[in-house]
Design a protein around this ligand. Structure first.
Ligand SMILES: [Zn+2]
Length: 249
């Protein structure tokens, strides 16, 4: 089975940004994995949690419920500090993701754009930078060599995509989005499931009206930018992130 790895910053990013592609891939016999770097404890809305630990536990459960609706094979929430990804050790964060890529061996990786997605959140930008370097360096024999000495082998995922959008939010900080090169038109059922997955994040319920407004702007479209490919090529228009993927073992 081919594998898709989606790397995000906060619980709820998987549904809002990638719900359509995750569900469609899973239903198309793709093994899907989500790695979310933070448990989202810097959230304004805390769902009645009395401590960061309580909120983290709540948000991990919400993330698991969302992943279940999206038929994600394996969803993982890591322990990086929410709101603090721009102050993490760069080498350590990239090494962590490189190790996970060398273990999972995905054909396609999707993450957020370095602009920070439509909300311009700095964590979104940093997850993009970490994931981008991990995509490139996981395949090299001269990066993080201690992992290779410990039994892992280099892995080149075949394509890297950034989630992007065809609109911006004027009230937020300006973002310069990557052009959409891959456009998925979601069916009503896929869109309904994506919305239901977002609404699994009940601690974030006050954000639902904002989410619904942006979903309305997205319509049935979920759009991506092909940021890197192992095959040198001119930019084309795609409707499937697995187009042209060669399956290797
Ligand atoms: Zn986010």
């Amino acid at each position: 089975m081919p594998r898709l790895l989606c790397i995000t910053a906060h619980p709820d990013d998987e549904a809002g940004g990638f719900g359509g592609v995750l569900l469609r891939s899973a239903e198309g016999a793709v093994e899907t994995h989500v790695i979310c770097l933070t448990a989202g404890t810097a959230a304004t809305y805390r769902g009645g949690a009395k401590s960061n630990e309580e909120l983290a536990a709540m948000r991990r459960n919400e993330f698991a419920a969302s992943c279940k609706l999206l038929k994600v094979t394996q969803g993982t929430v890591l322990d990086y500090p929410d709101g603090g990804l721009d102050r993490q050790d760069f080498q350590a964060a990239v090494a962590d993701l490189v190790k996970r890529i060398r273990e999972l061996r995905p054909e396609v990786i999707v993450t957020m754009g370095p602009e920070g997605a439509i909300t311009a959140h700095p964590d979104h930008s940093m997850v993009s930078i970490f994931a981008t370097m991990a995509f490139h360096w996981a395949g090299r024999t001269n990066r993080f060599t201690s992992q290779l000495e410990n039994g892992l082998s280099p892995h080149r995922a075949q394509k890297l995509y950034y989630g992007t959008a065809l609109f911006t939010i004027p009230e937020r900080q300006p973002v310069s989005l990557a052009p959409a090169s891959a456009i998925l038109e979601l069916t009503q059922r896929e869109l309904d499931t994506k919305i239901a997955a977002f609404k699994c994040h009940t601690s974030q319920a006050p954000l639902f009206p904002f989410f619904e407004e942006t979903m309305h702007k997205r319509g049935h479209l979920e759009v991506f930018h092909l940021a890197a490919s192992i095959t040198p090529q001119k930019m084309g228009a795609e409707t499937d992130l697995f187009a042209g993927i060669k399956q290797i073992g």
